[in-house]
Design a protein around this ligand. Structure first.
Ligand code: NI
Length: 214
């Protein structure tokens, strides 16, 4: 199987495997993969690794699987397709390290390809798409949209955040607005800044409408 066929085949596999959760469905994977290709081209990354890692990055999302990542499954899948060991281990390292685990977590994703995929995944949490995904996820957890009596908190880990039952608007301050400063590559940084500004405008307007002043 040549590289193009391996990517195509993996795309079909992931499309079948992704669940219904609107914030982490196939379309999230597709957007992240498209972003990762754009960023990867600019950054001179190995696009074969970037595409496969992006496609496989949320195979089993740790938020819904008690901390398990999909890296073991991804590794088996790639080995079965005959992908070289060196590349397989690079990809599974990326999958294990791509997720943001809270305000206090420093990640060391290592390779250029990892930085690209992590940036693409973070960009999908920002901007208009980020807002849509945030409300979708919070809604599925039955969280309030906003409560002026509940200020944002500083959660060190995703576990703390999950148990905090924080409001949806608080999630912007506790996670989304922190992402811009955690972008790895120059290419993604520009995009992240624009998406960040859009979210700040959204919040400004949100509070105006909340107070009935606009
Ligand atoms: Ni993701």
């Amino acid at each position: 199987m040549d590289r193009e066929e391996i990517v195509k085949c993996t795309e079909e596999f992931v499309r079948d495997e992704m669940g219904e959760d609107p914030a982490h469905d196939w379309w999230h994977v597709k957007r992240v993969t498209d972003l990762a290709i754009e960023i990867g081209k600019e950054e001179g990354a190995d696009l074969f690794i970037v595409r496969l890692a992006a496609l496989l990055h949320d195979l089993e999302d740790w938020k819904y699987n008690d901390g398990r990542t999909g890296s073991e499954r991804a590794r088996r899948w790639l080995k079965d397709l005959g992908v070289e060991d060196r590349i397989v281990s690079k990809i599974s390292h990326i999958i294990e390290n791509v997720s943001f685990e809270g305000a206090g977590a420093e990640s060391d994703i290592g390779t250029k390809e990892g930085k690209v995929v992590q940036d693409a995944d973070r960009l999908d949490s920002l901007g208009a798409i980020g807002i849509a995904r945030c409300f979708s996820y919070a809604g599925s957890q039955g969280r309030k949209i906003h409560d002026p009596g509940e200020p944002p908190e500083n959660h060190e880990t995703f576990e703390e955040y999950r148990e905090s039952e924080t409001t949806t608007i608080n999630h912007f301050y506790e996670k989304l607005l922190l992402l811009k400063d955690r972008i790895n590559t120059d290419t993604a940084r520009g995009m992240a800044e624009e998406r960040h500004e859009f979210m700040e405008k959204f919040l400004e307007r949100f509070y105006d409408e909340w107070d009935g002043t606009r």
